[in-house]
Design a binder for this molecule. Sequence first.
Ligand SMILES: CC(C)(COP(=O)(O)OP(=O)(O)OC[C@H]1O[C@@H](n2cnc3c(N)ncnc32)[C@H](O)[C@@H]1OP(=O)(O)O)[C@@H](O)C(=O)NCCC(=O)NCCS
Length: 179
Amino acid sequence: MATQHHQNDELDHSNLSIRPLDPATDVDDLMVWVSDDQVTQFCRWDTYTSRDQAIEYINKFVLTHPYYRVICLNNRAIGAISVTCNTGNDKCRGELGYVLASEYWGRGVATWAVKAVMFTIFEERPELERVEALVDVENKGSQRVLEKGGFIKEGVLRKYCIQKGKTRDMVMFSFLKLV
Ligand SMILES: CC(C)(COP(=O)(O)OP(=O)(O)OC[C@H]1O[C@@H](n2cnc3c(N)ncnc32)[C@H](O)[C@@H]1OP(=O)(O)O)[C@@H](O)C(=O)NCCC(=O)NCCS
């Protein structure tokens, strides 16, 4: 009998990969998560309501971003992960962000993606000495992902940013380059 995927079933990680977004093939897959209120709840950006908005986001943000990758299952994009680097005297530090279509939550995909990026990022970006991630205090799933990915919780930054009109406390996590 064929087995079905259930929440908390781990996916076969050998079918997962990370690659740059291809605007020719990935727009509709990206639409799935950017248009989902459940996904954007803890994100600083608002839910996208049209394909045109998503295309504008891809052209302005994704394609110009130095490290934005889609997380793929059998080469279809199901989420994204990025490391935003800084310049000047802040170039030692980059910020990790990730998002996953809700259909795939709870199967170890984000943890896999974080580990995959952290395995190579310090070689790919030699100027980085620290990757940090800021997570809403209520976003327990994302905090768990970071802990499982080897990040250390540094503390809570109170009233740190405004998300969906509310000022939020954020947890600061970091992962340092081994010297
Ligand atoms: C956060 C997110 C990326 C997690 O992705 P995921 O693939 O489901 O994560 P994983 O399956 O790798 O791991 C989830 C872990 O968090 C735990 N978890 C999930 N929801 C939880 C909750 N509400 N409370 C406590 N733990 C929770 C899971 O049990 C699992 O830990 P375990 O393996 O020890 O059981 C996904 O939910 C998402 O895209 N959310 C919306 C966007 C977002 O919040 N991005 C991060 C912004 S900082």
